[in-house]
Design a protein around this ligand. Sequence first.
Ligand code: FAD
Length: 434
Amino acid sequence: MTEKFDAIVVGAGMAGNAAALTMAKRGLKVLQLERGEYAGSKNVQGAILYAAQVEKLIPEFREDAPLERHLVEQRFWMMDDASHTGLHYRSEEFNEERPNRYTIIRSQFDRWFSKHVQQAGAIVLTETTAVELLQDPRGRVIGVRTDRAQGDVLADVVILAEGVNGLLGTRAGLRERPTRENVALAVKEMHFLPRETIEARFNLKGDEGAVIEAAGTISRGMAGMGFIYTNRESISIGIGCIVSDLAKTGHSPYELLEAFKRHPSVAPLIEGSEVKEYAAHLIPEGGYKAVPKLCGDGWLVAGDAAQLNNAIHREGSNLALASGQMAGETVAELKGRGLEPTARNLALYRTRMMDSFVMQDLKKYKDMPALLHASAQNFFLTYPQLVSKAMQNFVRVDGTPKIEKERRTMKSFFAARSIGGLVGDAVRMARAWR
Ligand code: FAD
């Protein structure tokens, strides 16, 4: 006879682990399926971890979680080919007892997380791919077919936490495949260096960490960002651009990463390092308007599979954790009240999501992905070049009267964008930021 569970969770990333842990802690009979060799073996992230969300699931996580560095400094760089103009925030207050953000290595973190899921009582099957959703004649999801022999498993409810490109939900017609305009392809390398070298280059002591988020000519006029994150003994460096732009321009992410690494502001930071890992992964960047239906008869979707990513603030893992937790809580609550996981009852998940920071933040920036994509040439190429020239003009001392320097700077902006263009860009950006 086919075994039946209260819930099946597909995927052991941030969303899946949060959902499985939440339900197992509440005493539900949970099966979690992960196609990778172990939880985290397939997962790619920069990676900044936002502590507040982890704390809600495992309050004492700092005691034994594999954390790299707590972040005391954030730099934003606007780059042209020879320079960067930076906004730099560092605070001693981030050296707090319970730091707010850490760098992590996902393969280690997810494995640790999965141990907690198993200790809470969930059954975790790795190297097991869910290949199809099982539905009853009325379309209600009643389980999954796996790639194991006699691999059908039944459950009252299935939580889809299968990541950005998860095929289960799309194959079953529960959601559309994300479009090429709504996903970025990011590549990332891990550069190993002695920890003292990293600390000297980034002005860090002990377990302090720093991160750099970079935009500008490095993305060749496409909507995209680069990043440099410090770990204990390695530096994660990567870049991502919208897939449809990569297809249109013919640029490859690998070529962009090589150029980013050669940039005069970047090269000295990674000089002499040994590259041990290379990874490529999609990031859902369509924002609020790309979020699919969140639940239906017998199913819910969480994390990247629900396209939950705040590209402006570079947050994804916390949205995955929060949505996974809310999905798990909803299922546990219905079970506790003896209610069937019908579309109508599971709509409680959607309500919770809409009331939470997850959907509120995405809603706030709902017009930003389209604006950045449509005006990528201006925001990622023209303005960074203009700003760099303006900064150089400002700081270079060469006997030119300051009034003349200001005139030249204004002229270069008007020549590149015209008054109407500048005002239009400012208004559109202000509206999208609201
Ligand atoms: P995933 O972590 O992708 O997990 C999905 C899991 O499902 C995987 O383990 C996969 O193997 C499994 N799976 C898929 N299909 C099946 C199947 N059919 N059967 C069984 N198992 C299956 N976010 C941040 O918060 N901070 C950052 O610094 C950051 N940096 C990033 C940098 C890069 C380069 C990338 C690509 C992403 C970054 N993100 C960052 C985003 C973040 O990684 C994601 O938002 C987060 O991993 C989403 O978690 P998830 O559980 O939804 O999906």
